[in-house]
Structure formats: structure tokens, C-alpha cells
Design a protein around this ligand. Structure first.
Ligand SMILES: Cc1cc2nc3c(=O)[nH]c(=O)nc-3n(C[C@H](O)[C@H](O)[C@H](O)COP(=O)(O)OP(=O)(O)OC[C@H]3O[C@@H](n4cnc5c(N)ncnc54)[C@H](O)[C@@H]3O)c2cc1C
Ligand code: SF4
Length: 559
């Protein structure tokens, strides 16, 4: 390492870590990035042109490939070999990890919605949860920069749930599909508007990345760079500056400190040799994902920091939030036996339904405080083993039914805001360690009435729209049975939250920990709340804004 004198050491190469590396290296600072997973190159490893028809079990999800045979996650999933986690008695929590360069950005859904002033200031409005320590106007220019760099398609809708991007920032969205237009028409009769989804997918070429050609599932990865993943964008861009060096298979164990408690660097396990290594650093940026960064901080406890590093507030590991999730789908007779044509698009939904109930909540007409959105499903998608659904029968009659039903189901996936509560947190399991002897996280989870009432409302609304489309829906499940498990929506955030005071938060608005000025967190751990909009665009925007601030501190000699 002697030939590379790094200014900043970044842990993790996913959304937050890669953006931090991009911004710092762009500004001339040398960055050493440590990644626990193996090297991964989408240009050579992505199975994007392989159809389900040649996959084992027609591509059906299996315990080691939970999003289907060709899902691009390597060395990860709900379980990671050699890296267990535990859940406290009475709690259910799922934790998705991807041990590979680029982390979970290699196969995320790419839904990319801005938070609004409304989202940042929930507590000021209804007294619940926590406000963020800045206003929407402070972050709006950074959303513009991030959307333009990443490449986000969508439109400015003028709806109160969707703050506009500056002129020319968004790429054009793809056209809606027929089932989506049908949903939009039915929703309109209920006073609800469907609009183009914002997605980190290029519909026009950008730098050396090609535009989407609307043919292959984005979850397999995208070797042409159209679906955003850090391995085809931020990481090569940062490497091109000559200021980035990456060490893969480097599992960071703790942040190290000197006798006075000042941060001096990190200690990591070289997974190839199973040896522990130490690297010094002037500044450490943790972006290992919300729960991994909190784990590292809690495991870094020592005499100067007896409750864990940067934890004088006691908030590290607390305020763990996911999005709420629930789904409803039904067969729409009007869509049966449609003539066949290509409806692939950019894989995910082209239209979605943003939250429409701000006014009703302000008028106290709803019995739950925070909003949700619907991600819509319905198209001729690549057939897999489940193409026949629950149809029964044999021979020609069954085949005819399967053909008639193909492309005629539509679905509503609810994603909603959850409020932090005292029962949802992670700590360190006192008994269990991973393969390298590093203590693992233990999750505690309990949904509150706020989330259950929100899901109940969502299911009723989806049912009403489906019935307007002519579908038969039947009795709805109870919200407690319909709501997904904690962690299952894979939007876990909040475990090192930012705030205005060191008493009740872990970092300031720049992701700088209150207790250690040269220690930053730049993943979803810093979220003060978890609005219904998918979290990653905001993780990247904060990482860019906060890295620019960090660069200014370095240049001013303050760090
Ligand atoms: C199937 C799926 C769909 C999703 N869809 C969406 C979506 O549509 N929109 C959205 O906003 N979000 C979505 N997400 C969530 C999104 O992927 C995450 O919010 C985002 O990737 C988080 O970024 P991150 O940098 O915090 O973590 P990650 O992207 O997970 O990156 C963290 C990196 O740190 C590494 N690491 C962890 N621990 C250590 C350690 N101790 N030492 C060194 N390195 C370490 C990991 O290996 C990993 O590479 C989805 C996720 C999944 C899995
Ligand atoms: S649909 Fe488009 S964005 Fe998605 S993997 Fe295929 S080319 Fe890439």
C-alpha cells in the first residue's frame, strides 16, 4: 500500500460507498475502498440474454437464488454463507446482503423517487418520529446532480408527492403498457392518479453507457450500463481519475482508535488468507449498508467508547426502519386473450401510483399518519414455471386456459412509510460470531398500529381499483397477515441516524459522527425517517453532498 497514500478510507462499494468514492476522487482526493465481497464485472458476468426456458426449474427461485436462477447476486441473498445473523425471540426480520463489488446495486429495482419537504419534516407536522436536520431546498440541487449522473427516467408530474427535477435532468420515460393504462383509468375514477415511475434506467445514451433496448430482465444485471449499477458507472469513473484503489474480499471488523479514543483506521479480515490486517486512515467513511455499518460501530467498543464507537447518544442500532410492503393481484377479464406483442419495456412498471392522501391526512380523515405508493404489475413477461398460476386440469383445455390468462393478471405492490419504534432495532448477539469470529447483529422487530392501519387502507384501495377494472378479488387478508416481514422490502435504514443534536442522533447533517470528527457514515443508516419512496436515490444524493462537504473540509485542513 506504500505507493498509494490515501486521504480517505471508504468501506463498501454499493450505492453509498461508490458515490463517496466517485465524488472524493473527482475532487482530487485519494480513496482506498475496502469491499467484503469479491470482484464482479457485469460486462463479462451478466447473464442478461439467457432465458428462463434454459434455466434449471425454468428459473424458479430457490434458497440459493431467491430472485430466480439468473439473479445477478453472487455470494449473497437472505443468507450469506459463513455470515449468520440472529433474530430475538418473538421477532421476524429478513436481511438481504450481496457480497460482491457494487453490493446490492447490481440487481436492485432501480426505483428512484425524490423525498419532499413533506417527507423531511414529518415530526414537525404530526409529532411522530424525527425530522431531518436540513430542508428540501438544501438537498434539491444535489438530487439534480445525482439524477443527471446516475441517469433517471421519469417526468415532472406536478403532484404534491413528487418534487420536480430541474429542466433537462430527467430522461424520457418509456410509454405505459396496456394493463397499466387500464389501471390508470380505473384509479382515476377513485380520484387517484397514476404517473410514470422514476427509474435509474437510461432511455438515452449517457457517457459510455448505452440506452435500454427493452428486452432483458434488469435483475440479471445490465452489461451495457443502461440499468444503473455502480460497477458500470461510479466505480469505473472513479478509477479513471487514478485516485481510487479497491481491495476486495476485505471484511472490515472494527474501526480502530488510539488511547485517546480518536479514530486511526480500520482492522479487516483478508478473506483469502483469513488473516487480520490493519490500515491507518486520516478519515474513515462507513458505507457498508445500514446494519453492517452499525454492526462495525457497535463491535468497535473499547475503553474510550464503552457502548460502541460514535454511540454516546445510545442511538447506534436503534430506529431501524424498513418500508411496509403488501401485495394484491387479480385476473382482469378484459385483458384475457389479448393479441400477443412485445410488452417487455424496461422490465419494471412504467406507471406507478404516488401517495395521494396528504390533504386527507392533514384534515385527519385517515387513521394512519404516513403515506404509501403502489408499484404496478401487469404485462406479457417472460414465462417461468409459474406461468399457469393455480389453474387446474390437463392437456389442450389447460393449455388454452393458460394462454388466455397469460398477461391478464395485474398486481399492486404497496410500499409505505414506517415510523421508528422502540421495538425495532439491532444489537450485537452476545453468543454468535461469523466465520472470522466477528460478533453478528441480532434483530428485534414489531410493526405498530400505524403500519397495520396503513396496509389495511392500501389493500382496500387496491381492491376497489381492481373491482372497477372488472376483477373479482374476494375477501382481503387481515393487515397483520398481509404485511411483509421486517427487512423483506430491503429498505433497511435509520441505525445511525442524523440529527440536529448529539444527544439523540449519531451524525450531523453531513454524516459526520458527533463523537469522532474524522468518522463518517454514508449509507442508509443516516436516515432520520423512511418515507414511502425507495431509499437508494437519497442514499446516493446524501453521499454525494456529504462527500463534497468532506472534500471541502480536507482542502481547508480541518480534518
Ligand atoms: C432485489 C432488490 C431490489 C431493490 N430495489 C430497490 C429499488 O427499486 N429502489 C431502491 O431505492 N432500493 C432498492 N433496493 C435497495 C438498495 O439495493 C439498497 O438501498 C442500496 O443498495 C443500499 O446501498 P448501500 O451502499 O447502503 O449498501 P449496499 O448496496 O448493500 O452496499 C454495501 C457494500 O458494503 C459491503 N460490506 C458490507 N459489510 C462490509 C464490511 N464489514 N467490510 C467491507 N465491506 C462490507 C457489501 O459487501 C456491499 O458491497 C433493492 C434491493 C434489492 C436486494
Ligand atoms: S431492460 Fe434495459 S435496463 Fe434492463 S437489463 Fe435490459 S437493457 Fe438493461
Amino acid at each position: 500500500m506504500n505507493d498509494f497514500a490515501h486521504d480517505v478510507l471508504v468501506v463498501g462499494s454499493g450505492a453509498g460507498g461508490a458515490m463517496a468514492a466517485y465524488e472524493l476522487t473527482r475532487q482530487g482526493h485519494k480513496v482506498l475502498l475496502l469491499e467484503a465481497g469479491r470482484n464482479y464485472d457485469p460486462r463479462t458476468e451478466t447473464p442478461m440474454f439467457r432465458p428462463n426456458s434454459i434455466a434449471p426449474l425454468m428459473g424458479t427461485p430457490t434458497p440459493d437464488k431467491e430472485f430466480g436462477f439468473y439473479d445477478s447476486t453472487v455470494d449473497g441473498g437472505w443468507q450469506v454463507p459463513d455470515e449468520p445473523y440472529t433474530t430475538a425471540e418473538g421477532s421476524e426480520f429478513l436481511w438481504w446482503r450481496a457480497r460482491m463489488l457494487g453490493g446490492r446495486t447490481n440487481h436492485w429495482g432501480r426505483y428512484s423517487l425524490r423525498f419532499s419537504e413533506h417527507d423531511f419534516k414529518g415530526k414537525s407536522r404530526d409529532g411522530l418520529g424525527a425530522d431531518w436536520p436540513f430542508n428540501y431546498d438544501d438537498i434539491a440541487p444535489w438530487y439534480d446532480k445525482t439524477e443527471a449522473l446516475v441517469g433517471v427516467c421519469g417526468t415532472n408530474t406536478g403532484l404534491d408527492d413528487m418534487p420536480p427535477s430541474s429542466e433537462g435532468v430527467l430522461q424520457p420515460p418509456p410509454l405505459p403498457r396496456v394493463p397499466e393504462l387500464l389501471i390508470a383509468a380505473a384509479a382515476k375514477k377513485h380520484g387517484i392518479t397514476a404517473v410514470p415511475m422514476h427509474r435509474a434506467v437510461l432511455t438515452k445514451p449517457l457517457d459510455d453507457r448505452a440506452a435500454c433496448f427493452y428486452a432483458t430482465p434488469c435483475g440479471y444485471g445490465c452489461s451495457i450500463g443502461a440499468a444503473f449499477q455502480t460497477t458500470t458507472s461510479l466505480l469505473p469513473m472513479a478509477q479513471a481519475t487514478g485516485n481510487l484503489r479497491i481491495i476486495t474480499n476485505a471484511m472490515v471488523k472494527i474501526v480502530t482508535t488510539d488511547a485517546q479514543g480518536n479514530v486511526t483506521g480500520i482492522s479487516y479480515i483478508d478473506k483469502k488468507t483469513c488473516t487480520e490486517q490493519q490500515i491507518g486512515a486520516k478519515v474513515v467513511v462507513l458505507a457498508a449498508s445500514a446494519c453492517e455499518s452499525a454492526r462495525i460501530l457497535l463491535n468497535s467498543k473499547n475503553a474510550s467508547h464503552p457502548n460502541g464507537l460514535a454511540n454516546s447518544s445510545g442511538q447506534v442500532g436503534r430506529n431501524l426502519m424498513d418500508s411496509t410492503g403488501a401485495g394484491l393481484s387479480a385476473l382482469v377479464p378484459a385483458l384475457m386473450d389479448r393479441p400477443r406483442y412485445n410488452e417487455d419495456g424496461h422490465t419494471a412498471n412504467h406507471l406507478f401510483i404516488p401517495w395521494w392522501g396528504h390533504e386527507a391526512q392533514a384534515n385527519k380523515e385517515l387513521d394512519f399518519p404516513r403515506g404509501y405508493h403502489f408499484e404496478l404489475g401487469g404485462r406479457f413477461s417472460e414465462p417461468g414455471a409459474y406461468v399457469s398460476g393455480d389453474l387446474q386440469g390437463y392437456g389442450t383445455a389447460l393449455k388454452q386456459q393458460v394462454r388466455a390468462h397469460y398477461g391478464a393478471y395485474v398486481s399492486f405492490a404497496l410500499r409505505g412509510e414506517m415510523l421508528p419504534n422502540e421495538h425495532c432495532y439491532m444489537d450485537i448477539d452476545p453468543q454468535v460470531t461469523d466465520k472470522w469470529g466477528i460478533p453478528v447483529p441480532r434483530f428485534h422487530w414489531q410493526w405498530s398500529e400505524h403500519e397495520l392501519k396503513q396496509v389495511e387502507h392500501g389493500l382496500k384501495t387496491a381492491k376497489a381499483i381492481l373491482e372497477t377494472m372488472g376483477a373479482t378479488v374476494g375477501e382481503l387478508p387481515a393487515a397483520k397477515d398481509a404485511i411483509k416481514k421486517g427487512g423483506e422490502i430491503i429498505h433497511e435504514v435509520g441505525t445511525t441516524r442524523m440529527g440536529s443534536s448529539s444527544k439523540d442522533s449519531v451524525t450531523n447533517q453531513w454524516g459526520q459522527t458527533w463523537d469522532c470528527p474524522n468518522l463518517f457514515v454514508m449509507d442508509g443508516g443516516v436516515f432520520a425517517s423512511n418515507p414511502h419512496k425507495n431509499c437508494t436515490l437519497t442514499i446516493m444524493t446524501l453521499a454525494m453532498r456529504n462527500s463534497a462537504w468532506l472534500a471541502a473540509q480536507l482542502e481547508a485542513g480541518k480534518l
